[in-house]
Design a protein around this ligand. Structure first.
Ligand SMILES: [Zn+2]
Length: 70
C-alpha cells in the first residue's frame, strides 16, 4: 500500500466515523440514559428513551390523558 492509498483509507475511515456521529445524533432513540429520571436505562432497552419503571409511569400517564376520552 503506498502513501496515497493509505491517506485515502484514513480519509474514508475518518469520514465514516463522522457520518456515524451525525447518524447517532439524529437517532430519535435514547442514548442509554432515561429522559425522565436520568438513570442508566437497562442494557437490553438501550435504544429506549426511558427506563422500564419510567416507561410504565409514562404509559399510565398516557392512558390517563387519552384513555378515558377515547
Ligand atoms: Zn427512568
Amino acid at each position: 500500500m503506498d502513501e496515497n492509498d493509505w491517506a485515502s483509507t484514513m480519509e474514508t475511515r475518518e469520514r465514516d466515523a463522522c457520518i456515524d456521529v451525525v447518524r447517532h445524533k439524529q437517532q430519535p432513540q435514547g442514548n442509554g440514559i432515561c429522559i425522565d429520571c436520568h438513570e442508566a436505562v437497562e442494557p437490553e432497552r438501550r435504544t429506549a428513551q426511558r427506563c422500564i419503571s419510567c416507561q410504565q409511569d409514562e404509559d399510565k400517564r398516557q392512558k390517563q390523558r387519552y384513555g378515558t376520552r377515547l
